[in-house]
Design a protein around this ligand. Structure first.
Ligand SMILES: CC(C)(COP(=O)(O)OP(=O)(O)OC[C@H]1O[C@@H](n2cnc3c(N)ncnc32)[C@H](O)[C@@H]1OP(=O)(O)O)[C@@H](O)C(=O)NCCC(=O)NCCS
Length: 372
Protein backbone atom coordinates (compact mmCIF):
# COMPACT_ATOMS: atom_id res chain seq x y z
CA UNK A 1 0.00 0.00 0.00
CA UNK A 2 1.28 3.47 -0.83
CA UNK A 3 2.00 5.48 2.34
CA UNK A 4 -1.27 7.36 2.93
CA UNK A 5 -1.97 10.80 4.33
CA UNK A 6 -3.35 10.66 7.87
CA UNK A 7 -4.82 13.43 9.95
CA UNK A 8 -5.17 14.17 13.65
CA UNK A 9 -6.55 17.20 15.46
CA UNK A 10 -3.31 19.19 15.15
CA UNK A 11 -1.20 17.23 12.66
CA UNK A 12 -1.06 15.96 9.10
CA UNK A 13 0.98 12.78 8.70
CA UNK A 14 2.15 12.52 5.10
CA UNK A 15 4.86 10.79 3.06
CA UNK A 16 8.28 12.45 3.32
CA UNK A 17 9.98 13.89 0.23
CA UNK A 18 13.41 15.27 -0.67
CA UNK A 19 12.13 18.84 -0.25
CA UNK A 20 11.83 18.05 3.46
CA UNK A 21 15.64 17.74 3.75
CA UNK A 22 16.35 21.12 5.46
CA UNK A 23 13.64 20.57 8.10
CA UNK A 24 14.65 16.95 8.73
CA UNK A 25 18.35 17.85 8.84
CA UNK A 26 17.62 20.52 11.47
CA UNK A 27 16.52 17.87 13.97
CA UNK A 28 18.54 14.88 12.72
CA UNK A 29 21.72 16.92 13.28
CA UNK A 30 20.56 18.00 16.75
CA UNK A 31 22.28 15.86 19.39
CA UNK A 32 19.29 16.23 21.76
CA UNK A 33 16.99 14.62 19.19
CA UNK A 34 19.37 12.10 17.62
CA UNK A 35 20.89 10.88 20.90
CA UNK A 36 18.63 7.85 21.45
CA UNK A 37 17.60 7.30 17.83
CA UNK A 38 19.03 4.35 15.90
CA UNK A 39 20.36 6.67 13.18
CA UNK A 40 23.69 8.35 13.95
CA UNK A 41 23.46 12.15 14.14
CA UNK A 42 23.43 13.58 10.60
CA UNK A 43 26.67 15.52 10.07
CA UNK A 44 25.75 16.94 6.66
CA UNK A 45 22.50 17.44 4.78
CA UNK A 46 23.74 14.88 2.23
CA UNK A 47 23.05 12.12 4.77
CA UNK A 48 19.50 13.45 5.17
CA UNK A 49 19.00 13.59 1.40
CA UNK A 50 20.36 10.06 1.02
CA UNK A 51 17.88 8.80 3.59
CA UNK A 52 14.92 10.65 2.10
CA UNK A 53 15.77 9.32 -1.38
CA UNK A 54 15.98 5.77 -0.03
CA UNK A 55 12.39 5.74 1.30
CA UNK A 56 10.16 3.46 -0.76
CA UNK A 57 6.66 4.90 -0.42
CA UNK A 58 5.11 1.87 -2.09
CA UNK A 59 6.63 -0.64 0.36
CA UNK A 60 4.20 -2.89 2.22
CA UNK A 61 6.65 -3.22 5.07
CA UNK A 62 7.71 0.38 5.81
CA UNK A 63 5.46 3.39 6.23
CA UNK A 64 7.42 6.61 6.90
CA UNK A 65 5.48 9.75 7.74
CA UNK A 66 6.45 13.38 8.15
CA UNK A 67 4.47 15.16 10.87
CA UNK A 68 3.21 18.56 9.74
CA UNK A 69 1.86 20.96 12.35
CA UNK A 70 -1.44 22.25 10.92
CA UNK A 71 -1.30 25.65 12.57
CA UNK A 72 2.17 26.57 11.19
CA UNK A 73 2.37 24.27 8.18
CA UNK A 74 5.85 23.26 9.38
CA UNK A 75 7.35 19.79 9.40
CA UNK A 76 8.03 19.15 13.09
CA UNK A 77 9.03 15.48 13.13
CA UNK A 78 8.82 12.10 11.50
CA UNK A 79 8.10 8.51 12.35
CA UNK A 80 6.64 5.38 10.99
CA UNK A 81 5.44 1.82 11.31
CA UNK A 82 7.75 -0.93 10.12
CA UNK A 83 7.30 -4.67 9.71
CA UNK A 84 9.75 -6.84 11.66
CA UNK A 85 9.92 -10.29 10.13
CA UNK A 86 11.93 -11.87 12.95
CA UNK A 87 9.36 -10.87 15.57
CA UNK A 88 6.35 -11.03 13.26
CA UNK A 89 5.20 -7.66 14.54
CA UNK A 90 4.88 -4.03 13.53
CA UNK A 91 7.21 -1.55 15.17
CA UNK A 92 6.37 2.10 15.74
CA UNK A 93 9.01 4.85 15.94
CA UNK A 94 9.05 8.67 16.02
CA UNK A 95 11.19 11.73 16.61
CA UNK A 96 10.32 15.39 16.93
CA UNK A 97 12.35 18.57 16.58
CA UNK A 98 13.36 19.88 20.00
CA UNK A 99 11.13 22.98 20.06
CA UNK A 100 8.04 20.81 19.56
CA UNK A 101 8.66 18.60 22.61
CA UNK A 102 6.34 18.71 25.61
CA UNK A 103 3.15 19.51 23.63
CA UNK A 104 1.70 16.04 23.23
CA UNK A 105 2.62 15.83 19.53
CA UNK A 106 4.56 12.55 19.80
CA UNK A 107 1.57 10.90 21.48
CA UNK A 108 -0.84 12.35 18.91
CA UNK A 109 1.26 11.15 15.95
CA UNK A 110 2.07 7.74 17.47
CA UNK A 111 -1.59 7.11 18.36
CA UNK A 112 -2.58 7.82 14.76
CA UNK A 113 0.16 5.59 13.31
CA UNK A 114 -0.91 2.82 15.68
CA UNK A 115 -4.54 3.27 14.67
CA UNK A 116 -3.41 3.01 11.04
CA UNK A 117 -1.44 -0.18 11.79
CA UNK A 118 -4.39 -1.75 13.63
CA UNK A 119 -7.12 -0.85 11.18
CA UNK A 120 -5.38 -0.63 7.79
CA UNK A 121 -2.55 -3.11 8.25
CA UNK A 122 -4.57 -5.47 10.50
CA UNK A 123 -1.74 -5.54 13.00
CA UNK A 124 -2.13 -8.12 15.76
CA UNK A 125 1.13 -7.19 17.46
CA UNK A 126 2.82 -3.80 17.73
CA UNK A 127 6.08 -3.20 19.55
CA UNK A 128 8.39 -0.36 20.32
CA UNK A 129 11.16 0.41 22.75
CA UNK A 130 12.81 3.34 24.43
CA UNK A 131 16.19 3.80 26.05
CA UNK A 132 15.95 3.52 29.83
CA UNK A 133 17.64 6.93 30.01
CA UNK A 134 14.90 8.43 27.84
CA UNK A 135 11.81 7.80 30.00
CA UNK A 136 9.61 10.42 28.28
CA UNK A 137 9.33 8.12 25.31
CA UNK A 138 7.93 5.45 27.66
CA UNK A 139 5.13 7.85 28.54
CA UNK A 140 4.27 8.20 24.85
CA UNK A 141 4.12 4.42 24.46
CA UNK A 142 1.93 4.01 27.53
CA UNK A 143 -0.34 6.80 26.23
CA UNK A 144 -0.70 4.68 23.09
CA UNK A 145 -1.77 1.56 25.00
CA UNK A 146 1.48 -0.37 24.76
CA UNK A 147 2.73 -2.01 27.95
CA UNK A 148 6.18 -2.79 29.29
CA UNK A 149 7.21 -6.30 28.31
CA UNK A 150 10.92 -6.84 28.98
CA UNK A 151 14.33 -5.21 29.17
CA UNK A 152 16.63 -5.44 26.18
CA UNK A 153 19.36 -3.49 24.39
CA UNK A 154 19.59 -1.81 21.00
CA UNK A 155 22.39 -0.30 18.99
CA UNK A 156 22.74 2.62 16.66
CA UNK A 157 22.92 1.45 13.04
CA UNK A 158 26.65 2.19 12.88
CA UNK A 159 27.32 0.44 16.20
CA UNK A 160 28.57 3.70 17.77
CA UNK A 161 26.37 3.35 20.88
CA UNK A 162 24.42 0.65 22.70
CA UNK A 163 21.45 1.46 24.92
CA UNK A 164 19.66 -0.54 27.57
CA UNK A 165 16.01 -0.28 26.67
CA UNK A 166 12.49 -1.15 27.71
CA UNK A 167 10.54 -3.11 25.13
CA UNK A 168 6.82 -2.33 24.98
CA UNK A 169 4.12 -4.37 23.33
CA UNK A 170 0.48 -4.28 22.31
CA UNK A 171 -1.25 -7.45 21.13
CA UNK A 172 -4.74 -7.69 19.71
CA UNK A 173 -6.08 -10.27 22.13
CA UNK A 174 -3.66 -9.72 24.96
CA UNK A 175 -1.86 -12.97 24.14
CA UNK A 176 1.91 -12.93 24.59
CA UNK A 177 1.45 -10.48 27.41
CA UNK A 178 -0.01 -12.94 29.85
CA UNK A 179 -0.44 -16.67 30.10
CA UNK A 180 -2.10 -18.38 33.02
CA UNK A 181 -0.01 -21.31 34.16
CA UNK A 182 -1.53 -22.28 37.50
CA UNK A 183 0.37 -23.13 40.67
CA UNK A 184 3.55 -24.47 39.14
CA UNK A 185 6.12 -26.01 41.53
CA UNK A 186 8.93 -23.58 42.33
CA UNK A 187 12.17 -24.48 44.12
CA UNK A 188 14.30 -22.05 46.09
CA UNK A 189 17.43 -22.62 48.13
CA UNK A 190 15.52 -23.88 51.18
CA UNK A 191 11.94 -24.29 50.02
CA UNK A 192 9.66 -26.19 47.71
CA UNK A 193 6.58 -24.18 46.71
CA UNK A 194 3.87 -26.46 45.36
CA UNK A 195 0.15 -27.06 44.97
CA UNK A 196 -1.80 -28.03 48.09
CA UNK A 197 -2.86 -31.65 48.54
CA UNK A 198 -5.76 -32.92 50.63
CA UNK A 199 -3.24 -34.79 52.78
CA UNK A 200 -1.66 -31.48 53.91
CA UNK A 201 -4.47 -30.87 56.42
CA UNK A 202 -2.49 -31.89 59.51
CA UNK A 203 0.32 -29.48 58.66
CA UNK A 204 -2.23 -26.76 57.92
CA UNK A 205 -3.87 -27.33 61.29
CA UNK A 206 -0.56 -26.71 63.09
CA UNK A 207 -0.45 -23.09 61.98
CA UNK A 208 -4.09 -22.36 61.16
CA UNK A 209 -5.06 -23.23 64.76
CA UNK A 210 -2.49 -20.79 66.15
CA UNK A 211 -4.18 -17.42 66.92
CA UNK A 212 -0.77 -15.75 66.79
CA UNK A 213 -0.43 -16.69 63.11
CA UNK A 214 -3.89 -15.61 61.94
CA UNK A 215 -4.33 -12.57 64.16
CA UNK A 216 -3.98 -10.29 61.11
CA UNK A 217 -5.30 -12.69 58.47
CA UNK A 218 -8.99 -12.90 57.53
CA UNK A 219 -9.90 -16.37 58.84
CA UNK A 220 -10.57 -17.42 62.45
CA UNK A 221 -8.29 -19.99 64.15
CA UNK A 222 -9.15 -23.58 63.23
CA UNK A 223 -10.72 -25.35 66.21
CA UNK A 224 -10.50 -28.92 64.98
CA UNK A 225 -8.74 -30.97 62.33
CA UNK A 226 -11.96 -31.07 60.28
CA UNK A 227 -11.61 -27.28 59.69
CA UNK A 228 -8.19 -27.84 58.15
CA UNK A 229 -9.37 -30.89 56.23
CA UNK A 230 -12.06 -28.74 54.65
CA UNK A 231 -9.64 -25.98 53.62
CA UNK A 232 -7.05 -28.50 52.34
CA UNK A 233 -9.77 -30.04 50.16
CA UNK A 234 -10.81 -26.64 48.84
CA UNK A 235 -7.24 -25.58 48.08
CA UNK A 236 -6.44 -28.93 46.42
CA UNK A 237 -9.50 -28.46 44.19
CA UNK A 238 -8.62 -24.86 43.35
CA UNK A 239 -5.10 -26.01 42.44
CA UNK A 240 -6.57 -27.73 39.39
CA UNK A 241 -7.51 -24.35 37.91
CA UNK A 242 -5.02 -22.66 35.62
CA UNK A 243 -5.91 -19.19 36.95
CA UNK A 244 -5.47 -20.08 40.62
CA UNK A 245 -2.21 -19.41 42.46
CA UNK A 246 -1.74 -20.73 45.98
CA UNK A 247 1.53 -22.30 46.97
CA UNK A 248 2.11 -24.58 49.96
CA UNK A 249 5.46 -23.62 51.46
CA UNK A 250 7.30 -26.86 52.14
CA UNK A 251 10.31 -26.63 54.41
CA UNK A 252 12.24 -29.60 55.79
CA UNK A 253 9.51 -32.00 54.74
CA UNK A 254 6.47 -30.19 56.11
CA UNK A 255 4.10 -27.49 54.96
CA UNK A 256 4.76 -24.46 57.19
CA UNK A 257 2.53 -21.90 55.46
CA UNK A 258 1.23 -20.56 52.17
CA UNK A 259 1.67 -17.73 49.71
CA UNK A 260 -1.19 -16.99 47.34
CA UNK A 261 -2.72 -14.58 44.86
CA UNK A 262 -5.76 -13.51 46.84
CA UNK A 263 -7.32 -12.03 43.72
CA UNK A 264 -6.34 -10.87 40.27
CA UNK A 265 -8.17 -8.86 37.66
CA UNK A 266 -7.83 -9.65 33.95
CA UNK A 267 -4.15 -10.48 34.34
CA UNK A 268 -3.08 -6.94 35.15
CA UNK A 269 -2.66 -6.97 38.91
CA UNK A 270 -2.06 -9.79 41.38
CA UNK A 271 -2.86 -9.12 45.05
CA UNK A 272 -0.79 -11.25 47.41
CA UNK A 273 -1.37 -12.85 50.78
CA UNK A 274 1.01 -14.95 52.89
CA UNK A 275 1.48 -16.63 56.25
CA UNK A 276 3.87 -19.05 57.92
CA UNK A 277 3.94 -20.82 61.23
CA UNK A 278 5.33 -18.75 64.13
CA UNK A 279 8.46 -20.88 64.90
CA UNK A 280 9.72 -20.09 61.38
CA UNK A 281 9.35 -16.31 61.51
CA UNK A 282 12.29 -13.98 60.96
CA UNK A 283 14.46 -16.41 59.08
CA UNK A 284 13.88 -14.81 55.68
CA UNK A 285 11.57 -17.61 54.62
CA UNK A 286 8.68 -15.50 53.32
CA UNK A 287 11.05 -13.16 51.50
CA UNK A 288 12.65 -16.20 49.85
CA UNK A 289 9.26 -17.68 48.88
CA UNK A 290 7.87 -14.37 47.62
CA UNK A 291 10.98 -13.67 45.52
CA UNK A 292 10.42 -16.90 43.58
CA UNK A 293 6.68 -16.27 43.31
CA UNK A 294 7.13 -12.65 42.09
CA UNK A 295 9.61 -13.85 39.45
CA UNK A 296 7.10 -16.43 38.28
CA UNK A 297 4.09 -14.11 38.28
CA UNK A 298 5.90 -11.33 36.43
CA UNK A 299 8.12 -13.24 34.02
CA UNK A 300 6.20 -16.46 33.40
CA UNK A 301 2.56 -15.45 33.84
CA UNK A 302 3.02 -11.83 32.81
CA UNK A 303 1.21 -9.79 35.48
CA UNK A 304 1.93 -6.10 35.14
CA UNK A 305 1.88 -5.21 38.83
CA UNK A 306 1.77 -6.96 42.19
CA UNK A 307 0.33 -5.44 45.31
CA UNK A 308 -0.13 -6.41 48.93
CA UNK A 309 -1.31 -4.82 52.13
CA UNK A 310 -0.73 -5.36 55.82
CA UNK A 311 -2.31 -4.32 59.07
CA UNK A 312 -0.11 -1.58 60.52
CA UNK A 313 -0.13 -3.52 63.80
CA UNK A 314 1.67 -6.30 61.93
CA UNK A 315 4.89 -4.59 60.77
CA UNK A 316 6.80 -7.82 59.98
CA UNK A 317 4.64 -8.35 56.90
CA UNK A 318 5.35 -4.78 55.76
CA UNK A 319 9.05 -5.49 56.23
CA UNK A 320 8.78 -8.42 53.83
CA UNK A 321 7.14 -6.08 51.28
CA UNK A 322 9.97 -3.58 51.67
CA UNK A 323 12.59 -6.33 51.35
CA UNK A 324 10.95 -7.25 48.05
CA UNK A 325 11.43 -3.71 46.73
CA UNK A 326 7.71 -2.90 46.92
CA UNK A 327 6.76 0.76 47.37
CA UNK A 328 4.26 2.24 49.80
CA UNK A 329 1.13 3.19 47.88
CA UNK A 330 -1.27 4.38 50.52
CA UNK A 331 -2.72 4.06 53.96
CA UNK A 332 -6.33 2.87 54.24
CA UNK A 333 -7.83 3.75 57.64
CA UNK A 334 -9.92 1.09 59.40
CA UNK A 335 -9.57 -1.22 56.41
CA UNK A 336 -9.48 -4.48 58.35
CA UNK A 337 -12.30 -5.67 60.52
CA UNK A 338 -12.36 -9.18 61.81
CA UNK A 339 -15.21 -10.71 63.71
CA UNK A 340 -14.09 -11.57 67.22
CA UNK A 341 -10.84 -9.62 66.89
CA UNK A 342 -10.03 -6.55 68.90
CA UNK A 343 -10.61 -3.27 67.06
CA UNK A 344 -10.11 -2.39 63.44
CA UNK A 345 -6.81 -2.15 61.65
CA UNK A 346 -5.39 0.37 59.19
CA UNK A 347 -4.01 -1.13 55.98
CA UNK A 348 -0.69 -0.05 54.56
CA UNK A 349 -0.74 -0.94 50.87
CA UNK A 350 2.38 -1.66 48.83
CA UNK A 351 2.89 -2.32 45.11
CA UNK A 352 5.53 -3.00 42.51
CA UNK A 353 5.48 -2.93 38.70
CA UNK A 354 7.10 -5.63 36.60
CA UNK A 355 9.72 -3.18 35.31
CA UNK A 356 10.52 -2.04 38.87
CA UNK A 357 10.85 -5.66 39.97
CA UNK A 358 13.31 -6.48 37.19
CA UNK A 359 15.23 -3.26 37.92
CA UNK A 360 15.30 -3.93 41.61
CA UNK A 361 16.47 -7.52 41.17
CA UNK A 362 19.32 -6.41 38.95
CA UNK A 363 20.42 -3.81 41.50
CA UNK A 364 20.20 -6.39 44.30
CA UNK A 365 22.26 -8.84 42.25
CA UNK A 366 24.90 -6.20 41.49
CA UNK A 367 25.06 -5.41 45.22
CA UNK A 368 25.35 -9.13 45.97
CA UNK A 369 28.22 -9.60 43.52
CA UNK A 370 29.97 -6.51 44.89
CA UNK A 371 29.77 -8.04 48.39
CA UNK A 372 31.28 -11.29 47.06
C1 LIG B 1 4.44 -11.78 58.06
C2 LIG B 1 5.20 -13.09 57.90
C3 LIG B 1 4.68 -13.82 56.70
C4 LIG B 1 6.69 -12.80 57.71
O1 LIG B 1 7.37 -14.02 57.41
P1 LIG B 1 8.91 -14.19 57.73
O2 LIG B 1 9.38 -15.44 57.05
O3 LIG B 1 9.14 -14.03 59.16
O4 LIG B 1 9.54 -12.96 56.96
P2 LIG B 1 11.08 -12.64 56.74
O5 LIG B 1 11.91 -13.36 57.74
O6 LIG B 1 11.38 -12.85 55.32
O7 LIG B 1 11.12 -11.07 57.04
C5 LIG B 1 10.55 -10.55 58.23
C6 LIG B 1 11.18 -9.21 58.55
O8 LIG B 1 10.35 -8.52 59.48
C7 LIG B 1 11.13 -8.03 60.52
N1 LIG B 1 10.31 -7.91 61.69
C8 LIG B 1 9.85 -8.89 62.50
N2 LIG B 1 9.10 -8.36 63.47
C9 LIG B 1 9.07 -7.03 63.26
C10 LIG B 1 8.47 -5.94 63.94
N3 LIG B 1 7.73 -6.10 65.02
N4 LIG B 1 8.68 -4.70 63.44
C11 LIG B 1 9.41 -4.49 62.33
N5 LIG B 1 10.02 -5.50 61.66
C12 LIG B 1 9.84 -6.74 62.11
C13 LIG B 1 12.22 -9.08 60.64
O9 LIG B 1 13.34 -8.58 61.37
C14 LIG B 1 12.55 -9.34 59.19
O10 LIG B 1 13.33 -8.31 58.64
P3 LIG B 1 14.95 -8.47 58.46
O11 LIG B 1 15.17 -9.65 57.57
O12 LIG B 1 15.34 -7.18 57.83
O13 LIG B 1 15.51 -8.69 59.81
C15 LIG B 1 5.04 -13.96 59.17
O14 LIG B 1 5.38 -13.18 60.28
C16 LIG B 1 3.65 -14.48 59.36
O15 LIG B 1 3.29 -15.49 58.78
N6 LIG B 1 2.83 -13.79 60.18
C17 LIG B 1 1.46 -14.27 60.43
C18 LIG B 1 0.55 -14.17 59.21
C19 LIG B 1 0.54 -12.79 58.66
O16 LIG B 1 0.56 -11.82 59.39
N7 LIG B 1 0.50 -12.69 57.31
C20 LIG B 1 0.55 -11.44 56.62
C21 LIG B 1 -0.76 -10.82 56.55
S1 LIG B 1 -0.64 -9.28 55.70
Amino acid sequence: MYTPILETERLILRPLCVEDAPAVFAWASDERVAKYMTYPKHETIDTTLEWLRSIDHSSDADYDFGFVEKVSGELIGSGGVYWETDRQQWRVGYNLRHQSWGKGYATEAAQEMIRFAKTELNAVKIGSCHAVKNPNSGRVLRNCGLVFHHYSTYQKFDGSATFRCKEYLWTKNGEELTHHKGTVTLKTERLTLRKFKKSDYKDIFTWASNPKVNRYVSYLPHKELADSEKIAGLWADEAKQMDSYNWAIEYEGRVIGNIDVVRHDNLWEAVMGWQIDAPFWNRGIMTEAATAVFDFLFCEVGFHRISAGHDTRNPASGKVMEKLGMKKEGLFPQYYYKKGARGTGDAQKYGILKEEWLDWKETEQERFYELC
